[in-house]
Design a binder for this molecule. Structure first.
Ligand SMILES: [Zn+2]
Length: 271
């Protein structure tokens, strides 16, 4: 299955491959007697890690440990170290696959690699979220991004930067859980998500909070609209304050597990 805009993503990847080929040619030339003129060793200047460190302490939506690690072999005793992991698919920095909210959507291993290397658009709503922890990204926020930068590029990922990433070490603040057990953190508004689906070619949305839908949501409208359309989501994204609002390339290193509804992902932004 190819999500909307997949073909453009393939063309984009091919043009990038041309750049990498150039880097390979340089490496080969470096060993030749007459080095070629200098060429960039890689087509980006920095790789920014957008991934939180996973541990049993990382806050989860369900309030339970997202990973248990059982050391089965120890270097001193066995000559090597090895853990058995038991993990919650949707914990830490992770991807929501289409199957997460649909009967027949793509599972993790079926998401095409070409849709996991994409342009990254970062929508800064930190000031609004600081005033309202239940803030929902609006169509106006997306329009403001386009006015400041350009039309959202095809096959991009649109990320909400709410500022919540800085609270990941503090479960009370990160989940915003109140005395009634209701969570409070920002997310995407349904109208904004629907507009992205209808009017732009976006392959994924990302949030620096626990869920695409904001904390108080009980009906998960954004999950229910977005994922069944064949698009993916990313949650608990880190360091969105360290990447430009426009121009970075996001590499989604999703664990490739058969039938998975999502899973841990190492997210790297090439800047
Ligand atoms: Zn999830």
């Amino acid at each position: 299955m190819c999500v909307p805009g997949c073909q453009e993503a393939v063309r984009h990847a091919l043009s990038r491959r041309g750049l990498f080929k150039g880097a390979g040619a340089f490496a080969a030339a470096a060993t030749a007697p007459q080095p070629a003129a200098a060429a960039p060793a890689r087509a980006f200047s920095a790789a920014v890690d957008l991934t939180h460190t996973m541990s049993p302490d990382f806050p989860t939506f369900f309030g339970v440990a997202g990973i248990e690690m059982d050391k089965k072999f120890d270097f001193k005793k066995d000559g090597f170290n090895l853990y058995w992991w038991r993990i919650l698919e949707h914990a830490g920095t992770h991807l929501d696959a289409p199957i997460h909210f649909s009967e027949t959507g793509a599972t993790a291993e079926k998401i095409p690699a070409d849709t996991l290397v994409v342009s990254l658009a970062v929508v800064d709503v930190t000031a609004k979220a600081a005033q309202n922890p239940d803030y929902l990204v609006t169509r106006d926020d997306l329009a403001a991004w386009e006015r400041r930068h350009r039309r959202l590029p095809d096959n991009c990922c649109v990320a909400m930067h709410s500022g919540w990433g800085q609270y990941a070490g503090n479960a009370v603040k990160f989940t915003g859980k109140d005395s009634a057990g209701v969570l409070h953190f920002p997310g995407f508004g349904l109208d904004a998500a629907e507009w992205l689906m209808r009017e732009r070619k976006v392959v994924g949305i990302a949030v620096d909070t626990l869920s695409l839908d904001h904390g108080p949501s009980k009906d998960f409208k954004v999950h229910s609209a977005w994922l069944p359309s064949g698009r993916w989501g990313l949650e608990n994204v880190a360091n969105l304050d360290k990447v430009p609002a426009s121009g970075a390339t996001l590499v989604v290193g999703l664990a490739k597990v058969k039938d998975a509804t999502g899973g841990p992902a190492r997210l790297i932004a090439l800047v």
